[in-house]
Design a protein around this ligand. Structure first.
Ligand SMILES: Nc1nc2c(ncn2[C@@H]2O[C@H](COP(=O)(O)OP(=O)(O)OP(=O)(O)O)[C@@H](O)[C@H]2O)c(=O)[nH]1
Length: 308
């Protein structure tokens, strides 16, 4: 976590880390985007798209809220999955405040049940956030809020729709009140400390997800190799997509390179919007057997490499 001298800001400011904890697909990334008001993490219909901790930063009144968007929590089987889960929980233990998100439509299902049990072991203040209220009648929400509050003590319960923005302002104000007093950790104009290279890799990965619907996306990763600002105010970005097998490389390339071309075009368009300047994107596809067992790839994604 960033350090700044105690006297760097007036005493009236507040600043803290808020971890979002919830089952895959509960809407954490959508909520981060709604709270921050600009796209900082990728959103996909497929589960477990968020692999690393990506923070969004919000200023509300005199408070700086640093959001830690954790990977979805689920029962880990593969090594990569275990890394994601332990990263998620270490985010919760390091934070000043924890938001436990429940999908209002799904209610307390098996996954939510496991999360509530584990959340009870986190010592920090916790807030219950029932998301997707646009999909559920009011009576059901009240019953769910009651059931969850009976499981563990929450500082407050919020019923929101991260998608429509309903209730999000209220939640933001409360988070601002609850983070501890202290100086800002980040410059005020900084929306996300996720390095642009990482965000750029996430965007390309999102396009791979969208275009290749089978098993493949889970066995691929993207790294940004270079990011060069050019004299004509455009930026040249080179990225490598790693897959595990030659057959997968062929799928990513597509017939005559059609698939990779289309992935690149989509990604380039979105990157240009985000950076606000023309982007030249170069994508390479490499086979790296067992990349999901390679500690270096984990470091690139901001994850700890689990020992077993
Ligand atoms: N109807 C409705 N859909 C929502 C809401 N919030 C999120 N969603 C949808 O739920 C899906 C999952 O949202 P994400 O934000 O990617 O979920 P996540 O928890 O970050 O998922 P992981 O990264 O897999 O952990 C997306 O299709 C969102 O559009 C909401 O308030 N209402």
């Amino acid at each position: 976590m960033a350090e700044s001298p105690e006297d760097a800001a007036p005493a009236a400011t507040r600043c803290g880390f808020v971890a979002l904890i919830g089952a895959p697909n509960v809407g954490k990334s959508t909520l981060v985007n709604a709270l921050v008001g600009s796209k900082v993490t990728i959103v996909s219909r497929k589960v477990q798209t968020t692999r690393a901790l990506i923070r969004g930063i919000v200023i509300e009144n005199n408070a700086q809220i640093i959001l830690v968007d954790t990977p979805g929590i689920f029962s880990p089987k593969r090594r990569l999955d275990r890394a994601m889960v332990s990263t998620a929980w270490s985010g919760a233990h390091d934070a000043d405040l924890v938001c436990v998100l429940l999908d209002a439509k799904a209610g307390i299902d098996e996954e939510a049940d496991a999360i509530l049990t584990k959340a009870a072991t986190v010592a920090h203040k916790k807030i219950l956030v029932l998301n997707k209220i646009d999909l559920v009648p009011r009576e059901k929400l009240l019953a769910l809020a009651k059931a969850a509050n009976e499981r563990l003590p929450f500082e407050g319960t919020f019923m929101i729709s991260a998608l429509t923005g309903d209730g999000v302002d209220d939640l933001r104000r409360t988070l601002a009140d609850l983070v501890p007093p202290g100086p800002f950790h980040y410059p005020e104009d900084q929306m996300s400390d996720a390095p642009m290279r990482h965000l750029a890799a996430e965007i390309t990965r999102e396009k791979i997800f969208r275009q290749l619907h089978q098993e493949l996306p889970y066995q691929s990763t993207v790294e940004t190799d270079s990011w060069t600002e050019r004299k004509d105010k455009s930026v040249r970005i080179e990225q490598t997509i790693f897959v595990e097998r030659e057959s997968q490389r062929k799928i990513v390339l597509g017939k005559g390179g059609a698939t990779i071309k289309s992935i690149g075009a989509d990604s380039r368009k979105e990157l240009a919007e985000i950076v606000g300047q023309p982007v030249h994107l170069f994508l390479f596809v490499k086979v790296r057997e067992n990349w999901s067992e390679d500690p270096d790839r984990y470091r690139e994604m901001g994850l700890e490499f689990p020992k077993e």
